[in-house]
Design a protein around this ligand. Structure first.
Ligand SMILES: [Zn+2]
Length: 496
């Protein structure tokens, strides 16, 4: 911008100097009168007309240059004025996906795509899944820079599929906005939402063959993997986005904070060297960090960048299309749709910046400074300082009551005891303090890996309870029950 203004003022100065030179030149051509008085100077009328005409032309071209420059500047400002916050609001006000991503099945996706196609978006079937479900690609823009995105190659990783639908719908219905027009002009964006519709149908990671498509890039025995390779090879995109979900208990380094988004500028070789493509991927990641930090500051991690010779992101990068991996994790206290909005903001803002050439100016150091993902340090729930009573004999032995912390992990279908003992230094996404409370398992003894079905009693009741009875829960109703991830039969009233 500064450089542009300097160019503009230099240009105006040049025109002013030209004008002055013509005045000087005109003076030299005045008719000699023999008189020195200025008032009596006589001009050659033809020459005067020519000079005036030239001056008019110069003034007019200066004005046109200035107006064009101002227009360009305004357009540039408008293009850049779509901030992450603007995209956040745009999604809130205009998103078209309405089903929680984990419940979106292939027929729902078909409904979304039909609607976008009716709105004028270019959508084509590009292949079929193992079970014969059609896989379609959306396309927006006619620019020279080719960007390719694919989501849900793991069937149970659905967030980005909905975000892609909302993104293409936003572009298609806002083509009049300068930032969208710039994308249309500079980029051609293709996206395959839900590359693994068979896995999505069963909400499982793998495809119908029970093969992990993202470990099939080398052997290519899955129809979905073959399709991805063919699309990459035929189109030769300049940039790829590989869109996934990760375990919600992934932490950002040792911060104990949940990695809501993790990024990876995918390595193209085992030594993880920086070639121009990978540097650009890093700059894209830095742009995503900028877009998302207002919402999840400190909750963005870096995915393990070890080169994996079976994985698509790595091999596609090696084949010549640098890939950015976006892994959506959990966001405690937020909904699935909130995660769709985060994906939308990240992609909409970053592709806008890519079209405007602003990504080239991003600093890859912001990405390099991200802490790596850490697994195993976060639990869904930690219950601290509980007195645990195992009521059943272990062979000849009975375990006497003891005090310990208890870690529980919640997954889609069950809550499991993940750890037991001193859990100082570990973090629970939710934590409660059970000092003064007794926990007895609903069934059996407490074991790691067993289901988390727990009865909570106040400690001062301990002496009045016969812990050996089989019908403990009905004979001695507890103050609270935790079962399958929920508080049932009385709420937890102890400390947090
Ligand atoms: Zn995945």
């Amino acid at each position: 911008m500064l450089r542009f203004n300097r160019t503009l003022s230099q240009c105006c100065l040049f025109r002013f100097k030209c004008g002055w030179r013509i005045v000087e030149w005109r003076m030299r051509f005045r008719k000699p009168s023999g008189l020195s008085s200025k008032r009596e100077v006589k001009y050659n009328p033809d020459m005067l007309k020519l000079v005036l005409m030239l001056k008019c032309i110069l003034i007019m071209t200066s004005v046109i240059t200035l107006m064009t420059a101002l227009n360009r500047d305004v357009a540039g400002q408008e293009r850049k004025s779509a901030s992450p916050e603007d995209y956040y609001k745009a999604w809130t006000e205009g998103h078209v996906t309405s089903i929680d991503p984990s419940k979106v099945r292939h027929r729902d996706l078909r409904g979304y795509l039909d609607r976008l196609q009716a709105a004028g978006l270019r959508i084509n079937e590009v292949g079929r899944s193992g079970a014969g479900r059609e896989i379609r690609a959306m396309e927006f823009g006619r620019g020279p820079l080719k960007v390719f995105l694919w989501s849900q190659m793991h069937g149970d990783e659905p967030t980005a599929t909905s975000a892609l639908i909302d993104l293409f719908h936003y572009w298609q219905s806002n083509r009049h906005l300068p930032a969208v027009a710039a994308i249309e002009q500079s980029l051609t964006v293709r996206a395959v939402p839900m590359l693994n519709p068979d896995g999505a149908e069963l909400f499982q990671r793998r495809n119908l063959q029970s093969i992990d498509i993202n470990r099939d890039a080398r052997s290519l025995v899955t129809p979905e993997g073959q399709l991805l390779k063919r699309l990459r090879d035929e189109w030769q995109p300049a940039i790829g986005f590989n869109l996934h979900n990760q375990n919600t208990r992934t932490a950002v380094g040792e911060t104990g904070r949940q990695a809501t988004i993790s990024l990876l500028a995918v390595a193209h070789d085992p030594s993880r060297s920086d070639n121009p493509g990978r540097v650009r991927s890093k700059k894209i990641c830095s742009t995503i960090i900028h877009a998302l930090s207002p919402y999840i500051d400190g909750q963005i991690g870096r995915y393990d960048d070890t080169f994996n010779p079976r994985a698509f992101g790595d091999l596609i990068s090696q084949w010549g299309t640098p890939v950015v991996l976006i892994e959506t994790g959990g966001w405690q206290g937020h909904s699935e749709m909130d995660l769709v909005r985060l994906n939308f903001v990240a992609l909409a803002y970053t592709l806008q910046e890519l079209a405007a050439g602003a990504v080239d100016k991003a600093n890859p150091a912001a990405y390099d400074a991200l802490p790596y993902n850490e697994t195993g340090a976060l639990f869904s729930l930690i219950i601290r300082h509980a007195t645990i009573i195992n009521r059943y004999r272990e062979g000849a032995f009975t375990v006497p009551p003891f005090t310990a912390d208890l870690a529980i992990n919640l997954d889609a279908t069950r809550a499991t005891i993940a750890d037991l003992g001193d859990l100082g230094g570990f973090t629970g996404l939710d934590e409660i303090d059970a000092t003064g409370w007794i926990i007895a398992p609903v069934r059996g003894n407490l074991r790691t890996g067993s289901e988390a079905a727990l009865l909570f009693y106040k400690k001062d009741r301990a002496a009045a309870i016969d812990w050996a009875v089989d019908d403990l829960e009905s004979r001695y109703p507890p103050e609270a029950v935790f079962n399958n991830g929920k508080w049932t039969g009385g709420k937890w009233t102890g400390g947090k």
